[in-house]
Design a protein around this ligand. Structure first.
Ligand code: ATP
Ligand code: MG
Length: 411
């Protein structure tokens, strides 16, 4: 089937809210950025919709790109024909034939007359168009209440749009329209998916990653940068804060409470992330926690860990099963990176039996006994290195004190 245009629809909340024009503007810019590799494609805005004229650009990769536009609920490829009855009818018949319908398919025509001077009403058009289609495709039968195939015929001055396919979009809110949050990004499967969920919900994100160099390798760091690069493919560019965590981790591991090490580490991570969030104007923290997945994600652990921050702790995956998280990771393209075997800082000092029910008083007293913990946390914040990650680029190697080497492989 030859298509001429795409129709992108927005969700209810976006259309009905007070921020409609801001939402639409952001989504429009997102579409524009994603269409950069397709210079002939043209964007046209309309109330609650965006149209893209393909002008010879390929349909499939553009549809795939548009599925990444947050706030767009569905996408329909459109065939355009001149707004004259003698053109519309054969084009509609051809359109339905090309779809290759099976016997007994329930069918309906829904006409809409946007261009009022067009001489036939929508009611007449439904009849005028469905008659010849039923003649040409006797395997169809009309069912106006529950059609499997609904042919939409939108009559406009500049042309009539024929479409039927409805492809699900990403949904959510347009990029960054709900404020900024700090994502704790590890090299695992969960946190990149949590980051994508946050982006989809209209949050701008910055990433914070804790590394224990030289216990953790540069390859492990590169893996996290690559994960953030995938997220940048959805977000535009993303800031990433790399926090040196070795000293704190070593100190906590020696606290004499082996089974609490992970809990203590998480508390310190959240304290640092909170400070970085405050510095960078982020109003929440996002983690990849999923209830019950590991010892540090029991309700009791979450309770003991979350207390160190005043910021809202957003856990998009808290109720999601691992199989579903994996499926999402595969869909967004982070899974293959996440399963690369490089160590994470937390896998280094894993206690034999991490506490699943840590006692808050014990945690607090261990932290008090480590007198310089607060200074170490402050120092880690000061020594944090910030890099900007752009879509499709990978930062190849960075020696201490040198600027990142950036490899360009995007437009
Ligand atoms: P993930 O797959 O996201 O690593 P996980 O199941 O391995 O999750 P944990 O390692 O217990 O779970 O981590 C829980 C959450 O804590 C992560 O989802 C992430 O948000 C944060 N986190 C853990 N390690 C780090 C790290 N080194 N740097 C930044 N955030 C981290
Ligand atoms: Mg992990």
């Amino acid at each position: 089937m030859e298509y001429d245009m795409l129709l992108l629809r927005f969700g209810e909340i976006i259309l009905k809210g007070r921020n409609r024009s801001r939402f639409e503007k952001v989504a429009h810019n997102h579409v524009k950025a994603l269409l950069h590799p397709y210079p002939r494609a043209e964007i046209m805005k309309e109330y609650g919709r965006i149209y893209i004229a393909l002008n010879g650009e390929p349909l499939a990769p553009i549809v795939a790109a548009m599925k990444n536009v947050f706030g767009v609920t569905s996408i329909s490829p459109i065939r355009v024909t001149p707004s004259r009855l003698e053109d519309i009818i054969p084009a509609a018949v051809h359109f339905v034939k090309e779809l290759g319908v099976g016997p007994g398919t329930r069918f309906k025509v829904s006409a809409r007359r946007v261009w009022k001077p067009f001489p036939h009403s929508t009611h007449e058009m439904n009849k005028l168009v469905s008659g010849p289609i039923l003649n040409a495709c006797p395997e169809l039968h009309v069912d106006v209440h529950d059609p499997e195939l609904e042919l939409r015929v939108e009559i406009r001055e500049q042309g009539t749009y024929l479409f039927s396919e409805v492809i699900p979009g990403a949904g959510g809110f347009p990029l960054g329209t709900n404020g900024k949050a700090m994502l704790l990004l590890s090299g695992g499967i969960d946190s990149p998916v949590a980051g994508w969920s946050a982006l989809r919900r209209g949050l701008e994100i910055e990433c914070v990653h804790f590394h224990s160099y030289p216990f953790t390798s540069k390859k492990a760091e590169q893996k996290v940068i690559d994960l953030a690069t995938v997220l940048a493919g959805f977000a535009g560019s993303i800031k990433m804060h790399l926090v040196p965590f070795t000293d704190i981790q070593t100190k906590l591991a020696k606290s004499g409470q082996e089974n609490l090490t992970i809990t203590l580490m998480r508390r310190s991570m959240l304290r640092i992330a909170t400070k970085l969030a405050e510095r960078n104007g982020a109003l929440a923290l996002v983690t990849g926690d999923s209830l019950g997945q590991v010892a540090s994600q029991t309700l009791s652990s979450m309770n003991a860990i979350g207390r160190v921050t005043d910021l809202p702790l957003l856990r998009p995956l808290v109720m999601t099963d691992k199989v579903d998280i994996i499926a999402m990771a595969q869909q967004i393209g982070t899974y293959d990176l996440s399963i690369l075997p490089y160590e994470d800082c937390c896998t280094l000092f894993v206690p034999k039996s991490p506490a699943t029910n840590p006692n808050l008083h014990v945690l607090e007293s261990v932290e008090r006994s480590l007198e310089d913990l607060d200074e170490m946390i402050q120092k880690a914040v000061e020594d944090t290195e910030t890099i900007v990650i752009r879509p499709g680029r990978s930062i190849v190697r960075r020696e201490a004190g040198e600027d990142p080497v950036v490899q360009e492989n995007w437009f």
